[in-house]
Ligand binder design. Structure first.
Ligand SMILES: Cc1cc2nc3c(=O)[nH]c(=O)nc-3n(C[C@H](O)[C@H](O)[C@H](O)COP(=O)(O)O)c2cc1C
Ligand SMILES: CC(C)CC(=O)C(=O)O
Length: 350
């Protein structure tokens, strides 16, 4: 069956993946309230279309830190792509390059960042997601690896001073990567224990961001920030962009839906605000833009595409969303993503 939506890709992926891998991807923290809330919150937002604004076509393109991308849909960082397909992040990179959008490679990739960059080629706009490590030398080495690979931004995940309680992984006893898979970016660095060697840092603070700011010229994007007061502080610390996110509901359960945090953060700062969590349709993208996001990220949908059909599946997911976004713009009376305004969205009680 040819899938015609992200949801149908999920069904295909579920059939293909071993249970532990499906659960790792689909699951979240504790009772998974926030996993569900991320999607439900989009359903609560409804569009109020404009009509009779005749237009021959739509312009979906936008720019981020000087790079042009063909649509405001990014690939959010997700760990361990080789759980979904043997070609792993290399397949994902080729699809992102073909689609003409940003791949935020996870620090926990199963292909080294240099090889991801090579697979994507010159067309790929590649960013690197970083978990700041307890050993500064390890963080510095990771930043150097990202810079050497040609990454154009660092996305620092700040919602994980400790790891969320992923109950499904505990039930499945999924604590180590299967034989042959490795956190490749950690290879050879101090403390590399071979498998899941990434450490969470409970004492993570603005001082770590200041230090990182001094270490690299790359734009720094903070990922996992939800509170407008933190957004203001981020700007004071020289941060270049924000990715409003609750980690797809995998960290703090019962955190507010990511889309519900966007408007206040966007109103508080003048730097690009991105969001991820629960984006499954082109209409979701329009809603996020209407609330002030510059672009959105997708996490699980990429892995559903990858598990279902490898590189082609990731590209299919991206092109499905592009088609949906294009249609949603036409149907709301917008000729470009820049024309999406806050009056196009209303909140209803479900
Ligand atoms: C399987 C999986 C692995 C993830 N790995 C990372 C990661 O390594 N680093 C990170 O910052 N976020 C990670 N995330 C969170 C995503 O970047 C993103 O915030 C989330 O998936 C967005 O929600 P969505 O899946 O509903 O689109 C992961 C999410 C999933 C589902
Ligand atoms: C290696 C993990 C910490 C990756 C992650 O962020 C996640 O699974 O949500």
């Amino acid at each position: 069956m040819m899938p015609f939506s992200v949801r149908e890709f999920e069904a295909l992926a579920r059939d293909r993946l071993p249970r532990y891998a499906y659960d790792f991807i689909a699951g979240g923290a504790d009772d998974e309230v926030t996993v569900r809330a991320n999607e439900q919150a989009f359903a609560r937002l409804r569009l109020l279309p404009r009509v009779l604004r005749g237009q021959p076509g739509r312009d979906l393109g936008t720019t981020l830190f000087g790079a042009g991308i063909t649509m405001p849909v990014l690939l959010s960082p997700t760990a361990f792509h080789r759980l979904a397909d043997p070609a792993g992040e290399q397949a994902t990179a080729r699809a992102a390059a073909k689609a003409g959008t940003v791949l935020i490679a996870s620090m926990a990739s199963t292909v080294p960042i240099g090889d991801i960059a090579t697979a994507g080629g010159a067309d790929l706009v590649l960013w690197f997601q970083l978990y700041i490590q307890p050993d500064q030398a390890v963080t510095d080495a990771l930043v150097k690896r990202a810079e050497d690979a040609g990454c154009r931004a660092l996305v620092v995940t700040v919602d994980s001073p400790v790891l969320g309680w992923r109950q499904r992984d505990h039930h499945n006893e999924f604590h180590d990567l299967p034989a042959g898979l490795y956190c490749e970016n950690m290879r050879g660095l101090a403390g590399d224990s071979g498998v899941r060697s990434i450490a969470m840092v409970p004492e993570l603070s603005w001082e770590h961001i200041d230090r990182l700011r001094q270490t690299t010229e790359l734009p720094i994007v903070l990922k996992g920030l939800m509170h407008p007061a933190d957004a203001v502080t981020a700007v004071e610390h020289g941060v270049s962009g924000l990715l409003v996110s609750n980690h797809g509901g995998r960290q703090l359960d019962t955190a507010v839906a990511a889309i519900d945090a966007v408007a206040d953060v966007a109103a508080a700062v003048d730097i690009p605000v991105l969001m991820d969590g629960g984006v499954r349709r082109g209409t979701d993208v329009v809603k996020a833009l209407a609330l002030g996001a510059h672009a959105v990220g997708i996490g699980r949908p990429v892995l559903w595409g990858l598990a279902a059909r490898g590189e082609e599946g990731v590209l299919d997911v991206l092109e499905l969303l592009r088609g949906e976004l294009d249609r949603a713009l036409a149907l709301t009376g917008c000729a470009s993503v820049r024309q999406v305004t806050s009056d196009l969205v209303r909140e209803v009680r479900c």
